[in-house]
Design a protein around this ligand. Structure first.
Ligand SMILES: [Zn+2]
Length: 253
């Protein structure tokens, strides 16, 4: 990225908005460093084409755990495309009632992706972990040492000890406004080291007054974070852009 971003939206489904080009321009205009996650390998190329040459939007290659059951046969395409991006997501596990039945297949796919990303090296992952925090952390510990790569837990909903373990494993956390809606979520966020926090919209899934939150619209989340950590908004904002810079920096840790 040539100029410094003002904001960070590290997990946004730009291609699930009615107009992908428009969603990309929104992020460019607001100078929001945006990770455009994708849900199937087949969606990747179009995102890449439209984000080409953009300053603030990066495209991740993904296979969403909700779609594993129907789309696992796109995995050869995933493998073939992995060279084209440093970013991987949305990936992960979901053991919610609707997806529990595909958990074995999800685990197989997620494990494969972790191993492959680890072999390639230097990959940055955006990970879904609904009702599977411990399992996701076990698999990360086993298969993704990361090197100069990073694991970012998106909308993490684990327990406080699980969050602590994730911190020890070197994970970052991308947080969105919906996580502040209950005390449990606020407590969890408050327990995280400030230098591991990124913001995300998870748009268009997260809604504000029954309307999908706009791509890159993280200002409100920054203000909620600044309140929670009792710091100035401008301080929180620059903290997050610095965290982003350290996630994408090439230094090994
Ligand atoms: Zn998502």
């Amino acid at each position: 990225m040539v100029s410094a971003p003002r904001y960070v939206d590290f997990h946004c489904h730009l291609d699930l908005y009615p107009d992908l080009e428009n969603a990309i321009s929104r992020c460019e205009m607001s100078r929001t460093a945006t990770l455009a996650v994708t849900t199937t390998p087949k969606a990747f190329r179009r995102n890449m084409q439209l984000a080409k040459g953009k300053e603030f939007v990066r495209v991740a290659l993904g296979l969403h755990p909700h779609l594993v059951e129907d789309r696992w046969n796109e995995m050869p395409l995933f493998d073939a495309l992995l060279n084209e991006t440093r970013y991987v997501g949305e990936i992960g596990l979901d053991a919610g009632p609707q997806f529990y039945k595909s958990l074995d297949k999800q685990t197989e796919v997620f494990t494969h992706i972790l191993k492959l990303s680890n072999d390639h090296g230097n990959k940055i992952l955006s990970i879904h972990s609904v009702r599977t925090a411990s399992k996701v952390l076990d698999l990360l510990e086993r298969h993704f040492s990361g090197g100069s790569g990073r694991a970012v837990l998106h909308w993490f909903g684990g327990t406080l000890p699980e969050a602590e373990r994730a911190v020890e494993l070197g994970c970052y956390f991308s947080v969105n406004r919906a996580m502040f809606r209950n005390e449990r979520g606020r407590k969890l966020i408050r327990s995280l080291p400030m230098d591991r926090i990124l913001t995300e919209t998870d748009g268009p899934f997260v809604e504000d007054q029954n309307k999908p939150v706009l791509a890159g619209d993280v200002a409100y989340t920054v203000s909620l974070l600044s309140e929670l950590f009792a710091t100035e908004i401008s301080n929180m904002q620059s903290k997050i852009t610095r965290n982003f810079a350290s996630v994408v920096s090439h230094e090994a840790s």
